[in-house]
Design a protein around this ligand. Sequence first.
Ligand SMILES: [Zn+2]
Length: 308
Amino acid sequence: MKTAVLTHADCLGHVTPEGHPERVARLEHILHALEPLDLQRVTAPLAADDDLLRIHPERYIREIRDSRPTEGFRQIDGDTFMSPGSVDAAYRAAGAVVRAVDMVLGGEAPNAFCAIRPPGHHAERETAMGFCLFGNAALAAKHALDHHGLDRIAVVDFDVHHGNGTQDLLWDEARALVITSQQMPLWPGSGRPDETGAHDTILNIPLAPGTGGAEMRAAYEAQAFPRLRAFKPELIIISAGFDAHQDDPLANLNWSTDDFAWITAQLCRIADELCGGRIVSTLEGGYDLNALAEATRAHVEELMKAAR
Ligand SMILES: [Zn+2]
């Protein structure tokens, strides 16, 4: 069975103002880089509001829908904008992760990558921020737990920014282990080690500016992987941001493309040990177009190797 890649042209219809780092070209570069690969290509459905209600209150979902401008842009946060296509893009992004969970848990794909935007890990329960509208990774987690009846899932977030939204949405969720590494200090400022959740199921791993591959690997081997193995998740969800790359303009970590391949391979190995290899990965950040495309391809190629 082949690795599934879920995407939709609507995700290219979410347009941001000139010069904004979270731009249409990001996904175009990724899709181009994935083109030669032998993948199971899946058109992402629109999420149902019942799906979104697992993580956001109804008034927030309505507010996002009502914020859609008929032309131009509407700014809904310091750095989050909506264009006429943003609502459809956000519903496709959320729909992609739901479908990806269904495919992986239903045996239709061994693992899956959602090539979507807008990203999701900064969206809190009632707050859109950091380029994010709906909390895609947390939605995948809740869907796996509540719809499929899993008892334990894990989210691993290696985006360079703290996954404050995922942390907020899963703060009270004892069935979800959330492991997130982030450059500190860096926007949004949260993600200290003492932020551990209502049930001690959140592990924050701050990394100092300049942290390279060797130190990142040591941190994951010492902290993240033992927690994962102890928790024994039945599905691993990855918030795959590629902005810890040394070429990224928004942050100051020094990971190479090989480091993204390494962390993916390790997570695939752990998923093999614990949960039949089941991984659902979803795109978060990554703002140097070439580094983003190269690292995403390396990530997907590792998922493909694990799928064999
Ligand atoms: Zn990021």
